[in-house]
Write a protein that binds this ligand. Structure first.
Ligand SMILES: [Fe+2]
Length: 239
């Protein structure tokens, strides 16, 4: 058992949210490997990518235990995750060169922020970008798959001007703007604007995540203009 598994299993895997995050971590790890290999990164860099994927949400377990919520207003799970990794000396068990520890910490710290903090060096920035793409890809995969997310909640709300303006300006909608379930769906559609690598958009396209999510929605008329817009954006960026 690796040190991540050992740590995660201190929490109750019978709790669906905990169990979900455990498996999400492995799927994001797989996405990191695919991205890193396709970008022709070195063997050592692929290993770093893999560890970042596996550990990026390690702060989720304690966050959920304490607050029964994944809202980062109570505890920033990324910042907390870095603390856990340091305290438990987890990187020492993964055979990562010491000089790359900071690369791992910076990537994990930045994976959940609206934007990557300024001042990262080239290598730190590369891995911060990679984890953000790998994580979003899995969120979209999960939403497209009824076995993983059995409901996508909708309501009777209309989408606010603030959310619409951001969305149609091709900007990832700020999470704080989102007040309703419907707006949450628009936020999810806006993920595409924040992908760092065209390869990630290729994967998204190939797997048809947006179509699969759209197919699950009841209010198709309402969401049509969003999916059309985002698909056109992806098409332009990937052709
Ligand atoms: Fe996360």
């Amino acid at each position: 058992m690796n040190k991540f598994d050992e740590y995660a299993h201190r929490y109750d895997m019978n709790i669906p949210e905990i169990n979900y995050k455990y498996h999400h971590s492995y799927r994001v790890m797989d996405n990191m490997i695919v991205l890193a290999k396709n970008m022709n990164l070195s063997y050592c860099e692929i290993k770093i990518a893999k560890v970042i994927g596996l550990l990026h949400d390690i702060g989720r377990f304690e966050q959920f235990k304490r607050y029964q919520s994944f809202k980062d207003n109570y505890l920033d799970h990324a910042d907390y995750g870095v603390e856990v990794i340091k305290k438990e000396k987890i990187l020492d068990t993964f055979d990562i060169p010491k000089e790359d520890y900071e690369v791992v910490y910076k990537a994990i710290k930045n994976h959940n922020k609206y934007a990557i903090e300024p001042g990262l060096n080239r290598k730190e920035l590369l891995f911060a970008k990679l984890i953000r793409d790998a994580d979003k890809l899995d969120i979209l995969y999960a939403l497209s798959n009824p076995e993983l997310k059995n409901i996508i909640r909708e309501d009777d709300s209309t989408i606010s001007k603030k959310v619409n303006d951001e969305f149609f300006a091709n900007k990832q909608v700020v999470r704080d703007y989102q007040e309703t379930f419907n707006e949450n769906i628009v936020v999810i559609f806006s993920f595409a604007y924040d992908f760092n690598f065209n390869l990630s958009l290729d994967m998204l396209n190939y797997e048809n995540y947006y179509d699969k999510i759209y197919a699950r929605l009841d209010k198709k008329d309402m969401f049509k203009k969003y999916i059309d817009h985002v698909k056109e954006y992806i098409r332009e960026r990937t052709e």
